[in-house]
Design a protein around this ligand. Structure first.
Ligand code: OGA
Ligand code: NI
Length: 307
């Protein structure tokens, strides 16, 4: 991946907030292995998966319906199950006290012996790609290339790998049944890897009536990058975070999202290059952690409901 922005990146961010990244340096065979390990996990009996139910740090297994992204248009939650993996922080590290921080939950090595090493390696590699992409975004916003890829922003990010498995239940938008409800992602960017089953749709203009939804064709081995809500706030709405959703076509589908949010105490506020006297900041500054806690609360089941 070249280390420069060429106007095309900027145009992609302006047009749709979605673009593909190819030649990102993660080996294709390794990506296949990550998908294969993901499939193995989701094929385990429910009882085994529920032993790893998401904890209060948002690590672990999320059953079907755990996430409910668009309550206005969905009758149930999303028809997908997932698995959250964050940066591994051991219990004796003071950082482990923070929300979204701490040890991960791992399936038993007797059942899935190479699972942990595969996922940890993927997390590390995806974070490297995300740092590179953040450099392109900084350049496209006329900032120094390391504006985001900087210890104060992405030194200790809340970067979450999320394995996803969509059920074979055909979506019925008229009846409020979706693989994943319409939403925009919360953070800076998301790197999405998919299998070759269609499903992902974007809506370029969320305010249009009626909304127009377009499929994003799957491109195996590539990342679909989408811009998140924090970037929209940073850029004062110049780079919009795009509304997207998943419609299932009756086939099972696997995808792997890598959500990149900055350090817990990073303040997300209008960038110097995105404001002027005639274009003052549209959003008040927010602290990354507070924003994330609120967004998770709004979209995920209360853990007490599983007791
Ligand atoms: C998400 C998401 C899309 C997909 O997890 O936020 O938009 O194709 N996923 O799984
Ligand atoms: Ni999303």
């Amino acid at each position: 991946m070249a280390n420069s922005s060429n106007g095309n990146d900027q145009q992609a961010c302006l047009d749709s907030g979605f673009f593909y990244v190819i030649n990102h340096g993660i080996d294709k065979k390794f990506m296949d292995e990550v998908f294969s390990q993901s499939k193995k996990f989701f094929s385990l009996p429910m009882e085994e998966k529920m032993k790893l139910l998401r904890n209060e740090k948002n690590r672990g297994y999320t059953p079907v319906f755990d996430e409910h992204l668009d309550p206005v248009n969905q009758i149930h939650g999303d028809y997908k199950e997932g698995y959250y993996i964050g940066i591994e922080v051991s219990e004796d590290d003071p950082d482990s006290q923070k929300p979204f921080c701490g040890p991960n939950m791992w399936p038993c090595v007797d059942i899935l012996p190479t699972w942990r090493e595969t996922m940890e390696k993927y997390h590390q590699e995806a974070l490297k790609v995300a740092r590179k992409v953040s450099q392109l975004i900084a350049l496209a916003l006329e900032l120094n290339f390391d504006y985001f890829d900087h210890p104060e922003m992405l030194g200790k990010p809340i970067a979450t790998l999320r394995l996803l498995h969509y059920e074979d239940r055909t979506s019925e938008p008229d009846k409020g049944i979706f693989g994943a409800g319409a939403h925009s992602d919360f953070g800076l960017i998301t790197l999405l890897a998919t299998d070759d089953i269609v499903g992902l749709q974007i809506c370029k203009n969320r305010d249009a009536e009626p909304q127009v939804w377009e499929y994003v064709p799957p491109l195996k081995g590539a990342f679909v990058v989408n811009l998140g809500d924090m970037l929209e706030r940073w850029s004062n709405d110049i780079f919009r975070s795009t509304l997207h959703r998943v419609l299932s076509n009756g086939q099972e589908r696997y995808s792997i999202a890598f959500f990149v949010e900055p350090n817990h105490d990073c303040i997300v506020k209008c960038l110097p290059t995105c404001q002027s006297e005639n274009n003052p900041p549209k959003f008040p500054p927010i602290k990354c952690l507070d924003y994330m806690l609120q967004r998770y609360k709004d979209t995920h089941a209360d853990l007490n409901s599983y007791k």
